[in-house]
Design a protein around this ligand. Structure first.
Ligand code: GDD
Ligand code: MG
Length: 321
């Protein structure tokens, strides 16, 4: 079966980092966001089509360096076509039931179970559903009998939302959904879903975890969820003097010179944490230096950034460009 990952979009909410790195390649516990999606796919997925429109080269060279058990095909849009248009743009590869994912979501969804549910429903599509307190940043659904979606509402005001069940950004579709997508920029959620309800669009709930990583806060939340779920590491890491590490963290190739790390820190090759500096709940990309007495909390720090002595970075995204 083929899978499509919608990995376009400019990642504006993760700027300035996403001026130089596409959102899909921002590291989350030791590997890029998009790799969490690809690696969680079951063996039944033999081909992954990645719909991109921004920084295709960076994504292409990342995947070229990997040895994956499935084929990766990058399909570029010359201009952003929206979530529906992007799907239509990869349509030439899709001639049987396929799955699709928003490229900024990490979750524990059991795809085989969802495909099984979809096949028994006989509908044109199945949308994975997740329960949230506030649906206003998502697509909310009203469910009828047998999990059938009777109404779909993208980004509803909180007090007018149909329910607390939202589109989790993972789908199973029949290829004839492509016939419902017109040319140009089309939103799957706003323009296509409301039209195909009569053809049978179903909702499928799942358990475990789910995080949309579109913002700094949510990216760091995904990191905490993954670390609490067991994805932590300390490898090639040098702890000198009075260094303290408070877990869980994902540390690979880090040097700590009497600083304090953790909890919930990812730090990569070449990171140096100097005397009396502290970092928690953050991502430090390759080569980041925390000078003496500096503090970093709730932040994503891009490659090669140095935090000067005694400076503080809180709830920030920092990058060189
Ligand atoms: N190729 C391509 N082209 N991809 C795109 C485009 C485009 O023009 N526009 C958006 N995408 C990709 C984004 O990169 C992201 O991975 C995914 O499509 C969803 O777009 P977002 O911009 O992140 O949408 P959202 O988070 O506001 O809402 C969507 O996701 C929610 C769940 O996380 C909707 O699908 C909601 O209904 C859903 O609840
Ligand atoms: Mg999103």
């Amino acid at each position: 079966m083929k899978a499509v990952i919608l990995a376009g979009g400019l990642g504006t909410r993760l700027r300035p980092l996403t001026y130089t790195i596409p959102k899909a390649l921002v590291p989350l516990c030791g590997k890029p966001l998009i790799s969490h999606i690809v690696d969680s796919m079951p063996p039944s997925i033999d081909t992954v089509l990645i719909a991109v429109n921004y920084m295709r080269d960076a994504l292409e060279s990342y995947f070229r360096g990997l040895d994956l058990p499935r084929e990766i095909i990058m399909v570029e849009e010359l201009e952003p076509l929206g979530t529906g248009g992007a799907l239509k743009n990869v349509g030439r590869y899709l001639d049987e039931t396929f799955v699709a994912f928003n490229g900024d979501v990490v979750s524990s969804i059991d795809l085989d179970a969802m495909v099984c549910f979809h096949n028994s429903s006989g509908g044109i599509g199945t949308v994975a559903l997740w329960h949230v307190e506030d649906p206003s940043a998502f697509g909310a659904v009203a469910l009828g009998e047998n999990g059938r979606i009777v109404k779909f509402q993208e980004k509803p005001p909180k007090d007018l939302a149909l329910s607390n069940l939202v589109n989790a950004g993972a789908y199973v579709f029949e290829p004839d959904i492509l016939d419902w997508i017109g040319p140009g920029n089309v939103s799957l959620e706003r323009e296509v879903f409301p039209q195909i309800l009569t053809r049978g669009l179903y909702g499928h709930r799942f358990g475990g975890y789910w995080v949309d990583c579109g913002t700094r806060e949510n990216f760091l939340r995904a990191q905490r969820v993954l670390m609490d779920g067991g994805r932590h590491l300390m490898s090639n890491t040098e702890l000198v003097g009075a260094s303290r590490v408070i877990g869980p963290n994902y540390l690979d190739g880090v040097k700590c010179l009497s600083g304090r790390i953790g909890p919930y820190v990812s730090a990569h090759k070449g990171v140096v944490i100097k005397e009396e500096s502290e970092v928690s709940d953050s991502i430090l990309m390759e080569g980041v230096i925390l000078e003496q007495g500096s503090r970093v909390k709730g932040s994503i720090v891009g490659p090669g950034v140095t935090i000067a002595s005694s400076e503080t970075a809180t709830d920030s995204i920092l990058a060189l460009h």
